[in-house]
Design a protein around this ligand. Structure first.
Ligand code: NAD
Length: 472
């Protein structure tokens, strides 16, 4: 049992001023694996005060001092590798291999990339007639979701530290333990007191408290659009800057000349990874009409390579994070059938033999119309919508016919066509074929997928103000 009933404020673990706690459930077993304290507004005020007190000295540390701090964090993060992997598997239900290769690695890459980007970052720039100085924005409030317990926390924290901004983190209630390990790492490497503060709690109390707090200068949020909207409204009352990383309904465009088997594998991989609980996942697969039969056969062939089951037993697809998420995904699958999409594989209910745990059958819908609810709304589960197109223009039009714009993917061989589609998709990140991940590249969305960019130097910029000095 992991019982963490303290918050981390001003460099120490302190008792909550409230008495409420919340149980954390392992989604693979449905068993309680620990508890956290639900913080109060008073706890948050103390954390904000600690961060404000830390601001004058932390914001004046040198670039070299902060690079060294980030490198120490990355090294200690690596020392905690096994703990991080097992914790994420227990709280999120992510298969051990995914916890290691995706979750652990993403956190590590953000800390080491932030050190690298900071080393090259210019805080003072001379221009004709004026000097631009980039200075820490002040105290930052970070609110993160459950689907990537180390990725979203680490990218925000690493960028804030690089910029010299003290933070208050409120992680998701469903997956709080990875954030506890991060806190232990910061404590161990000697992050100055008040620079990092952790207050656990609900969105309604601590999340809402952060977005409306008069002494917090910037809020960086990742999560649902509905919460993003509330945060913007709250933040507007104190003219607080916000960065929002929200949902997506990203297209994967398969070109006529693509290898069908490879494209099918890539599409299935998108809904399988993290059980489809990925904001940038491709959930609408667009294929040429002439490829339909071949694609259906290829999907059925590759699906068994992604077994569903116990995340500790070598499976690729684990359970969803919670019963609530399981119910949401079930209702979308029902909706897809009601609206006339054709179920190729999967469907409602639990996979055979997996009655305990929030497991979902990987589900592929064919004959999807882009106007259907399942093609427009973020499902956040292992559900793929396959749509057909008759011309590249139509593929581009369907790709962009969404309120979202987080990511896009294009598969094929003709380089010119690949580039044409990639440049026409209105999204913050487009990937051609199996291009490698790049942690220096900005990440964020167009349209209702959000505001701002994270990762690398763009991430650092979010935590800075620009001052112009004339006659310097
Ligand atoms: P959510 O937006 O409610 O929660 C995300 C974080 O915001 C959590 O830490 C939560 O405590 C906090 N929060 C909740 N209410 C708040 C408020 N009023 N003010 C400030 N903070 C608040 O997301 P959820 O309920 O966990 O998931 C619902 C849906 O959101 C999912 O089905 C999925 O579609 C989407 N989602 C998207 C992402 C993403 O990466 N874009 C991540 C998680 C969830």
């Amino acid at each position: 049992m992991r019982n963490y009933e303290k918050h981390y404020i001003n460099g120490e673990w302190v008792e909550s001023t409230g008495s409420e706690t919340e149980e954390v459930i392992n989604p693979a077993t449905e068993e309680v694996i620990g508890t956290i304290s639900l913080g109060t507004k008073e706890d948050l005020d103390k954390a904000v005060q600690a961060a404000r007190d830390a601001f004058p000295s932390f914001s004046q540390t040198t670039k070299e001092e902060r690079v060294e701090m980030l490198e120490k964090i990355a090294a200690e993060y690596e020392n905690r590798k096994q703990d991080i992997i097992e914790t994420i598997t227990d709280e999120l239900g992510s298969p051990l291999e995914v916890s290691e290769n995706v979750h652990f690695m993403m956190g590590y890459n953000h800390f080491s990339q932030a050190a690298e980007s900071l080393r090259k970052f210019s805080f003072v720039e001379e221009h004709d007639g004026h000097t631009r100085m980039k200075e820490s924005i002040g105290v930052s409030g970070l609110i993160t979701p459950w689907n990537f317990p180390t990725n979203q926390t680490s990218t925000k924290i690493a960028s804030a530290f690089a910029a010299g901004s003290p933070v208050i983190l409120k992680p998701a209630e469903q997956t709080p333990f990875a954030a506890i390990i991060l806190t232990e790492i910061f404590d161990k490497v000697g992050v100055p007191k008040g620079v990092f503060n952790l207050v656990n709690g609900t969105g309604d109390v601590i999340g809402d408290g952060i977005s409306s707090h008069p002494d917090i200068d910037f809020v960086s949020f990742t999560g649902s659009g509905a919460t993003g909207e509330k945060i913007m409204k709250n933040a507007s009352e104190t003219i607080k800057k916000v960065a929002l990383e929200l949902g997506g309904k990203s297209p994967l465009v398969v070109l006529e000349d693509a290898d069908v088997e490879e494209a099918a594998k890539a599409a299935v991989n998108h809904i399988a990874t993290n059980s489809g609980q990925v904001c940038s996942a491709a959930t609408r697969t667009l294929i040429p009409s002439s490829m339909k039969e071949e694609f259906e056969e290829a999907v059925q062939r590759v699906l068994p390579e992604f077994p569903v089951g116990d995340p500790r037993e070598g499976n690729i697809v684990g359970p969803l994070v919670s019963e609530k998420q399981w119910n949401t995904v079930q209702s979308y699958i029902e909706k897809g059938e009601e609206e006339g999409a054709r179920l190729l594989v999967g469907g409602t209910g639990k996979p055979e033999g997996l009655e305990k745990g929030y497991y979902v059958k990987p589900t592929v819908f064919m004959d999807v119309d882009n106007g259907m609810t399942i093609a427009q709304e973020e499902i956040f589960g292992p559900v793929m919508c396959v749509l057909t197109y008759d011309s590249i223009e139509e593929a581009i039009e369907i790709s962009n016919d969404t309120v979202y714009g987080l990511a896009g993917y294009v598969y094929g061989k003709d380089q010119e066509e690949l580039r044409r589609v990639a440049s026409s998709i209105r999204a913050g990140r487009v990937k051609i074929n199996d291009a490698e991940a790049d942690f220096a590249a900005p990440f964020g969305g167009y349209k209702q997928s959000g505001i701002g960019r994270e990762w690398g130097d763009f991430g650092i910029e979010e935590y800075l103000e620009v001052k112009t000095v004339l006659g310097y």
